[in-house]
Design a protein around this ligand. Sequence first.
Ligand SMILES: Nc1ncnc2c1ncn2[C@@H]1O[C@H](COP(=O)(O)OP(=O)(O)O)[C@@H](O)[C@H]1O
Ligand SMILES: CC(C)(COP(=O)(O)O)[C@@H](O)C(=O)NCCC(=O)O
Ligand SMILES: [K+]
Length: 247
Amino acid sequence: MAHKLLIDAGNTRVKAALMDSEGHLEPWLNVNYDELIEHRVPDNIESVWIASVSSEERNNRLHQWLEGFDKAIIRVTTEAQAFGVTNSYSEFKNLGVDRWLAIVGAFNEQPKATVIIDAGTAITVDWVDQEGQHLGGWIAPGVHLMKHSVINRAPGVFVGHEGDDHWGKAHQLGQSTPDCLLNGCVNTFVGLVRQAIAVSETELDWFDYRILFSGGSIPLLPNDLKRRGEVRSELVLQGLACYARQS
Ligand SMILES: Nc1ncnc2c1ncn2[C@@H]1O[C@H](COP(=O)(O)OP(=O)(O)O)[C@@H](O)[C@H]1O
Ligand SMILES: CC(C)(COP(=O)(O)O)[C@@H](O)C(=O)NCCC(=O)O
Ligand SMILES: [K+]
């Protein structure tokens, strides 16, 4: 059976899913750009759908990986309005296509007031109301970026602690330099999520709404906060599927 290959190319990782002829999605890859070459484009692909917010260099690597694929490659871009959703930006094209597709994916799954928190390279928060109107959002540094911005400006303090596979813990205090930094970054993220909830309830007066979480840093959230929402790792791909199903 022919499939469509859907690709969400973030600034750090490439996420991909296969869509069957009935429009059902099956997650396939979640890899960094170096790991892409370990995988081969499956044989039965009839078209490739790409949403990318990544650099030119990374986009080139993605296209190199697709070299030899001789069927349609469609790059989806942000629109002012589509699938019942209206973009709030005055310059609609400036809204990242990953954010746009996450909103489209969320609204088409359930037309309800929704806060979308996508914690990857950057942490983005977007609000869409029950009519599909995007109200706006936030862009903040991701947890990994926060840590490296401190290390880069104060390198001497963190000698020997620059490793990338250590993460801080929500609700915990640090008693060493690296633990203070790691816990500080994670708890900044936790605070941002709590503030997004506070703004939804006190500024927007939302009470019947849902919170959707996606992105690589979601495991860092404490359980009490995670339980307030739903983890939807494939939200961008879900939005991309709305486009791919149309054709
Ligand atoms: N095990 C982990 N625990 C917490 N955060 C992680 C983990 N692995 C990766 N991350 C974070 O997730 C980010 C990648 O997530 P992703 O949503 O794919 O980002 P992007 O869409 O920007 O490429 C990394 O920059 C890192 O901050
Ligand atoms: C904000 C982002 C960098 C987030 O990228 P990500 O963390 O998902 O890799 C991306 O959505 C982007 O480049 N946006 C364009 C600017 C905007 O949305 O206003
Ligand atoms: K993001």
